[in-house]
Write a protein that binds this ligand. Structure first.
Ligand code: SF4
Ligand code: SF4
Length: 342
């Protein structure tokens, strides 16, 4: 029987971020959003990371390729030992994926210790546009780093996949979108774009319960290209279908494991120690998760995985037109989920 092609582990090597994006729990989660305790912050120990990788190697034999994404709700390039994490992944024959806001000073390191794929998430070109949805970020630093990235890739003769992932909002689909597409094209990077979700999943439960939203949440929703109620409506036909995120695993910086990459509160962790629970038992716990059941009953999983793709794409293009964009989003804007495995 054929093995499934690849699996993906998100491992947050940094449990913190230098930015405070309002669409992300790092920026939008308040202390009263947590069920009990708030979430800890910190850096993953290299030895813990290596133990986790070794356990994956021993126990997860179902897939031909294993991709390790060293991110979820944190900025991996903040880790002082970042290069060693990339080495640890590659030395075990796994594929290394990094997602960053690129508001950092170590572009040369990123290239010298190259992952197989680097994703740069952003939401604008001009400082004032970018800063609305990448709060605390500096567009000039990020854009200049894109050029440095190309410079060092050429100088050090390092070739790896780079994807610019543009988060679409009402305020950034004009000149900003066009400029970033041109820069990606000039530098030879793949350009993808996607509508923004209200994350994490817990915020959608709050939204569905009709609870009073904070000023920050209301402001975010006012900027979203497709509003949460529209996203939810499109997700309804997929209620009670299976969820593709169940196939992937998310490990926090302290070795605990989340239900999935869309969930933030430690209340919903599957275990507080990934190392101590067998792969089979972890799969079982995910399958029986009461959070997943609640999520699927309401169709939220379809929202989190953009399942209504065709309808969403149609709506995105209607909105791009409405907000004066000359761009038509087509298949070339899709996120690349596969690697050039070899
Ligand atoms: S850069 Fe990424 S991890 Fe950091 S706050 Fe923004 S979305 Fe969250
Ligand atoms: S059902 Fe919901 S909580 Fe469970 S894995 Fe899917 S998106 Fe995450």
């Amino acid at each position: 029987m054929c093995k499934p092609h690849f699996t993906l582990y998100f491992i947050d090597i940094v449990g913190a971020c230098n930015l405070r994006c309002p669409s992300c729990p790092v920026g939008n989660f308040q202390s009263n959003d947590f069920v009990n305790q708030s979430r800890p912050k910190g850096f993953m120990q290299l030895s813990l990371f290596e133990d986790i990788l070794d356990k994956i190697k021993r126990e997860d034999n179902e897939h031909e390729y294993v991709v390790i994404g060293v991110y979820n709700w944190g900025e991996p390039l903040l880790h002082p030992e970042y290069p060693k994490f990339i080495d640890a992944i590659k030395s075990r024959g796994f594929y290394a994926e990094v997602s960053t806001n690129l508001n950092v000073k170590k572009v040369k390191d990123v290239v010298s210790f190259a992952p197989h794929k680097l994703i740069i998430s952003l939401s604008g070109y001009h400082r004032e546009v970018y800063a609305k949805t990448h709060s605390n970020g500096d567009a000039n630093l990020m854009v200049s780093n894109l050029y440095k990235l190309r410079y060092y890739m050429d100088k050090l003769k390092q070739n790896f996949a780079v994807e610019i992932s543009y988060h679409l909002y009402e305020h950034n689909v004009g000149e900003d979108l066009e400029r970033m597409m041109c820069i990606a094209n000039d530098l030879g990077f793949h350009f993808s774009s996607e509508l923004t979700l209200l994350m994490p999943l817990e915020k959608n439960f709050k939204y569905l319960r009709g609870e009073q939203l904070s000023e920050l949440e209301q402001k975010l929703i006012s900027l979203m290209l497709i509003k949460p109620e529209e996203q939810l409506k499109l997700a309804q036909p997929y209620k009670n279908t299976s969820c593709s995120l169940l196939n992937w695993k998310t490990i926090n910086f302290d070795g605990s494991m989340a239900t999935c990459c869309a969930v933030y509160d430690y209340e919903y962790n599957i275990t507080n120690n990934f190392l101590k629970v067998s792969h089979t038992e972890l799969e079982e716990r995910k399958r029986n998760s009461s959070l997943c059941k609640r999520c699927m009953v309401q169709g939220l999983h379809a929202l989190a995985t953009y399942t209504a793709r065709d309808e969403l794409d149609k709506l995105i293009n209607e909105r791009l037109q409405k907000f004066g964009s000359k761009i038509i989003r087509d298949a070339s804007h899709a996120r690349h989920y596969s690697f050039d495995f070899h």
